[in-house]
Each structure stands twice: as structure tokens, then as C-alpha cells.
Design a protein around this ligand. Structure first.
Ligand SMILES: [Zn+2]
Length: 228
């Protein structure tokens, strides 16, 4: 009886030769481009009978690229990266599911605008839709995210680091009723937004003196309602 080995690994006796094919010897026809290629041009796929993907690597990569160039694909990729970033940094995971993020993006004007610009510019990476956290110290939830292009998001991060704005955002915010009576001090604008349902961009505008009130309250960076 022959003892077949390849790379020092003994071959299985019941005819499973595929995972140990000698490199460069076998050919396989790609089901997509219909070109016959060396089996090294196919990813392994354990569930397939021959142990290889039906599509060649070039076609698989092309499919992946196109999938990420759809609204659904780009949002799912953003969501997965939010998950992995949160895990890596030990932060809270996004408060929404991938499906909920998709629905949220689809309901905004910005997402469609940015996506269409990205598409019409031939998918230039700097114009790709991206999700920014308004308060970098707070997690991913609908009260703390906005849609930007990659370029804008990166520029904002550079600016924030340079100006120390990141740290400023940690500053507490004071919530007053319209008579100027202090209701509560919140540890961050994002927390205040979450607790009161007020839009956090508008809270900032109010704290900067650019509006009369926000969400039915006055917002200040100090405990003096008259201070701007
Ligand atoms: Zn192919």
C-alpha cells in the first residue's frame, strides 16, 4: 500500500485529496469568469465538495468590492468596524444593531447625499461615508453619531486633537429651566442629550449663546444661567 504524504502530512484514506493537492498541478474552472485557473487561485471552502470556492480569488475580491459599494454593504462594514473598535478599546458596544444602523442611515438626507457623491466620484476613498461620534468619549448610540465623509471625519479628528476640543467635550454641562433655575449638571453633553432627548448639536449652540433655548431648557458650561 502506498503511503502518500504531502508537506509531511499523511493523506486521508477516503479519497479527500483536495486539501492536499500538489501545488500548481490541478486546474479548476471559475464559475463566474469561466476561466480555467490553477487551484491556488481559489480560496479554500471546507463545505464545498472539492474543498475550494467556486469562484476564483479575483472574482471573489471583485464581488466583495462591489458588495461594499452598496448602501447596505457600506453600512454593514461601518457597523462591523464600530464593533471591533469598541471591543479593542474596551468601550461599550454600539447601542444599536446593524439593521437599526442601516435604517437610521437610510432615514437621513446626509447618508444618501454622501453615498451618491462617493459613487459619482468613482468611489474615491476620501469621500466614503463614515460615522463620527460627536463626543469621542461617549459610545456609539443614535444621540452621539453623525454621518460625514472619511475626509471630513479625519480632518475633524485632527482639528479636535490640535485644539484640545476632545478634552473640552468632557466638560460638564448645566441644564436650567427657562427661568434660569438649575435643574441638573450632566457629566457630558452626550449624556445630557441622552437623558433629556435634546439634540446635542443644539445644546452646544445654546451653550455658545447661538440660540435662546434648546429642548425647552437653557444650557450652560457653568452653573450660571446668565453666563455665555
Ligand atoms: Zn473568476
Amino acid at each position: 500500500m502506498m503511503n502518500w504524504t504531502h508537506n509531511g502530512k499523511e493523506m486521508l484514506s477516503h479519497g479527500d485529496f483536495t486539501s492536499d493537492t500538489v501545488e500548481g498541478e490541478d486546474m479548476k474552472k471559475c464559475k463566474k469568469c469561466r476561466i480555467e485557473k490553477d487551484t491556488r487561485c481559489f480560496y479554500r471552502a471546507k463545505t464545498n465538495i472539492d474543498g475550494m470556492s467556486g469562484k476564483c480569488v479575483v472574482c471573489t475580491k471583485g464581488d466583495n468590492k462591489n458588495r461594499f459599494r452598496t448602501k447596505k454593504g457600506v453600512i454593514s462594514r461601518i457597523y462591523n468596524s464600530q464593533l471591533s473598535v469598541s471591543r479593542r478599546r474596551g468601550h461599550q458596544l454600539p447601542s444599536y444593531t446593524s439593521r437599526e444602523l442601516y435604517e437610521w442611515c437610510m432615514s437621513t438626507v446626509e447618508f444618501h447625499q454622501i453615498f451618491n457623491d462617493w459613487k459619482s466620484c468613482g468611489f474615491r476613498s476620501e469621500l466614503k461615508p463614515s460615522i463620527d461620534r460627536l463626543d469621542d468619549y461617549d459610545g456609539y448610540h443614535f444621540g452621539n453619531i453623525q454621518i460625514l465623509t472619511w475626509e471630513e471625519n479625519n480632518q475633524k479628528n485632527r482639528d479636535d486633537t490640535k485644539s484640545g476640543k476632545n478634552k473640552k467635550k468632557l466638560k460638564s454641562i448645566f441644564q436650567f429651566n427657562l427661568d434660569g433655575d438649575l435643574i441638573k449638571m450632566h457629566d457630558s453633553i452626550a449624556i445630557a442629550g441622552r437623558e433629556t432627548g435634546a439634540n446635542i448639536t443644539h445644546i452646544v449652540q445654546n451653550a455658545q449663546g447661538n440660540s435662546n433655548s434648546c429642548g425647552g431648557y437653557l444650557w450652560r458650561y457653568t452653573n450660571d444661567a446668565l453666563a455665555i
